[in-house]
Design a protein around this ligand. Structure first.
Ligand code: HAM
Length: 423
């Protein structure tokens, strides 16, 4: 009978990730953990809910993220809470809250998890999306910027992404940026009438934001605006030159992008994005940069920081296109048993193999051999293990390679080592 009850679907801009796609996500996450671990990054898990003020203060009150995109609500005790739109602010909050600075030295932290921004959904853009990010706190050494980029590019190569562009810029520091912003404001005075409404407002409130306007019609005008790189103070210039020298030394190619100011206000000095041609309009896979003043903005001690966030949804699209990593079928063996007496030995074998970490499936419903092998095929099992009357009598089960069709007769105790050797 058709069910008349209206279906409840996932919320607009959110989606379910299903197997086998999730197995590819797991592989990519495992690779991130491996590569980041090799650079001595350790995992931090911060809450998805934060006080709204955290993002207003760090990401910036006049950014698109804070003005238009946050999921903010009043909790029952009237506190304003927000589903995190990004995690850098949370990492720095946690760093301060737990006085990690007391331990001295630098802290290298990474995170993997969902973020929330109420953007217009489209391919590669979601309202709940996922980031894999890393932050290093406690040093402003330019070699660290380069080391992080080295780690990031190693990770990209490890997940099969060889073709990408690294766009690099410096947004200066509180000493030199105001001079540039003044210059920008003056340049904007002459042209802002021809820009979009948002840009006309930004020209007054936060001129830097004009530079990352995405409106097509504004781009020609924006391209003529002064470049921040021409206004850096000596210290920022030297920092930037050292970062680029370190990158060259590491064989990392980059492109200078003087308009890359990024959509968050906490940045100082180095900013960067990694784009992938494979992705179309939403082509920024990674965004990051230095945020030497963020800790102080949040009431902590002066603590320079640098980091990045990979948009995992977009990364996965590029990974799939590159095709080097495949979703895994975890199923090593399907046990096909025939006749009621075979069920107990079949389930015992399943238990033994599973204890060895070998992926096994079996049905508790009796089936004919042909049907059982059909199920094994459908589940993409590497092997089918056949236990019927004859096998029970001889004490040797048939182990059939579902691809090569080769078949071995093995005692139950020999099956785990055999599968381990073959898989
Ligand atoms: P972001 O540039 O805002 O930077 O985001 C980083 C990446 O997240 C983007 O390049 C994109 O791949 C992905 N992303 C952003 N919004 C969406 C969306 N709506 N749907 C799908 N993917 C999206 C940050 O979040 C900073 N926390 C980066 C950072 C870390 N800076 C320093 N440390």
């Amino acid at each position: 009978m058709p069910n008349k009850t209206e279906l409840i679907r996932s919320v607009k801009g959110t989606r379910d990730l299903l197997p086998p796609e999730t197995t590819l996500w797991e592989r990519v996450e495992a690779e991130a953990r491996r590569v980041f671990g090799a650079y001595y990054y350790r995992e931090i898990r911060t809450p998805v809910l934060e006080e709204t003020a955290l993002f207003a203060r760090s990401v910036g009150a006049d950014t698109d993220i804070v003005t238009k995109e946050m999921y903010t609500f009043r909790d029952r005790d009237n506190e304003s809470l927000t589903l995190r739109p990004e995690a850098t602010a949370s990492v720095v909050r946690a760093y301060i809250e737990h006085s990690l600075y007391n331990e001295g030295g630098i802290h290298k932290l990474y995170y993997i998890g969902p973020m929330f921004r109420r953007e217009r959904p489209q391919k590669g853009r979601y309202r709940q999306f996922y980031q894999i990010g890393a932050e290093v706190l406690g040093s402003d050494h330019p070699a660290l910027d380069a080391e992080v980029l080295e780690m990031l590019t190693l990770f990209l190569v490890r997940v099969g992404i060889e073709e990408y562009g690294l766009l690099l810029n410096s947004v200066g520091c509180p000493k030199c940026r105001p001079g540039y912003v003044g210059q920008l404001r003056r340049a904007l005075d002459d042209v802002k009438a021809s820009l979009c409404e948002d840009c006309r407002r930004r020209a007054e409130t936060n001129p830097l934001r004009v530079l990352d306007c995405k409106v097509e019609a504004d781009q020609a005008v924006i391209a003529q605006l002064p470049h921040i790189l021409d206004y850096l103070c000596a210290a920022c210039r030297q920092h930037f030159d050292s970062v680029t020298a370190e990158l060259r030394q590491r064989g990392i190619t980059y492109q200078i992008a003087p308009r890359l100011v990024r959509g968050l206000d906490y940045y100082t000095r180095t900013t960067f994005e990694i784009t992938s041609g494979a992705l179309g309009a939403q082509n920024a896979v990674v965004g990051g940069g230095r945020y030497d003043g963020l800790s102080e903005m949040l009431g902590g001690p002066p603590t320079p920081g640098f980091g990045f966030s990979i948009g995992q949804d977009r990364l996965m699209m590029a990974v799939e296109q590159a095709g080097a990593l495949k979703p895994s079928t975890l199923l090593a063996a399907y046990i096909a048993w025939m006749g009621e007496e075979a069920l107990a030995p079949a389930s015992q074998l399943a238990r033994e193999l599973r204890r060895e970490g070998i992926g096994v499936e079996l049905s508790y419903e009796p089936m004919k051999l042909k049907k059982a092998l059909g199920v094994a095929n459908k589940l993409q099992a590497h092997f089918a293990i056949i236990i019927g009357e004859e096998e029970l009598a001889s004490g040797r089960y048939q182990v059939k390679d579902m691809t090569s069709r080769e078949q071995e007769q093995l005692e139950p105790g020999a099956i785990a080592p055999y599968l381990k050797q073959k898989l």
